[in-house]
Design a protein around this ligand. Sequence first.
Ligand code: AHR
Length: 501
Amino acid sequence: YEITVALDPAFTVGPVDPRLFGSFVEHMGRCVYGGIFEPDHPTADEHGFRKDVAALVAELGTTVIRYPGGNFVSGYRWEDGVGPVENRPRRLDLAWRSIEPNTVGVDEFTRWARGVGIDPIMAVNLGTRGVRAAVDLLEYCNLPAGSTAMADWRARNGRPEPHAVRTWCLGNELDGPWQIGHKTADEYGRLAAETARAMRRADPDIELVACGSSNSGMPTFGSWERTVLEHTYDLVDHISLHAYYEPIDGDVDSFLASSENMRSMIDAVTATADHVAATTRSRKRLTVSFDEWNVWYQNRFPGEDGLEVRDGGPLIEDTFDVADAVVVGDLLMALLDKCDRVAIACQAQLVNVIGLIRTEPGGSAWRQTTFHPFALTARHARGTTLRTAVSTPALATARHGDVPAARVTAVHDAESGELVLLATNRHRTDPARLNASLASFGVTDDALIEHVTIADADPHATNTAEHPDRIHPRPVSGTEIADGRLTATLAPLSWHLIRIR
Ligand code: AHR
């Protein structure tokens, strides 16, 4: 089938915030312990962090990482994780019914993140704690040594320079009955407002994220945001959204079009935020922090209720295939297309726990299939998202109705002159012929830098410890530019990156 695309550098959506390429590290399963941190591993650095994992994280190009949860944060006492390691308590983490040794805490995580060139995003516990603990953590992280007892405590713990954490999440998924300290929208809205007010007094330069809905299927989706923002609108910068996707009842076509749900969630939440702005006559416009998103086969996860308390070990270590990678690439394209209203996005999670990277204890670390669309998008989709006029046939899906058979996203870097086209062919059997009109870019016939794809004859192919590079980006032949027109073939069920200058 045919896809035609018209583009013009003057027709823009908005600048791409580099924080769209964020990830998430939670104290859960083997994300921290046995993931980024494994002191006995042959590649461990002097602080116990795996250098092989850090190298893959650097290659991934993630810009920000949300920490330390997730459901975990709603029971967390951050003070347990600072100071001499031998004095730190072992605690029962109620979220994942796991023993938390507190070997890694705020100081270790921020040092590791900064070492890999990543800005930490910190979440505070508004499940079982409140204003005081949140402000203490903020002072601990951001105030200069010599200013307050909390800042001096950090200095005594060997970190004289502030951690300088700019973005803060006011709790996690407090709309969810599974959350420790679950709240009604009014209860949470009040607490979030009071916490935000106090945190801003301690550090006026921070950005704050209010908790939105845990997914669009929540019974309170929409009304939660409205009520929370009625309490917090003037005090926060972003409202969060979370979404995980999987084929439900074997419905692969709907799964491949998951980003249609992500797109409508963003539209619904920003419309709700704008409604609150209208009622308060506010000119301020909130943006979304899509601070958990991914493919997650939740149907394989029995939940933690009633299970034995765990002391380490794996949790939700999905092995992703080619179809999952196409969906991840497509979700990133939705975030880019909506970059005028999405400022932050965190793929969840970084390592092992539905991770882009997988590790073996004492052994190797490798890239999951989903690593590749993320890394290539994070590296190349910089600048300004363009409006695309795309014409493509529709595919019928049970969950999302008729959806475009293909999606095309364009990001233009005016400084370097590079134009990046990202594309997915969601059709499982039919190739697509892409025909993009680039005349207004003044491209010459030799302007193609590269065209690579994630695709395979076997959509269920995966990367494993034994075959870590079974799936990797491959060059596509036959792509051409002639007279300002790009033509390319997109294989069935595939994700693409096309770079032009
Ligand atoms: O990422 C796994 C879990 O998913 C997080 O802890 C929680 O916030 C979400 O429900």
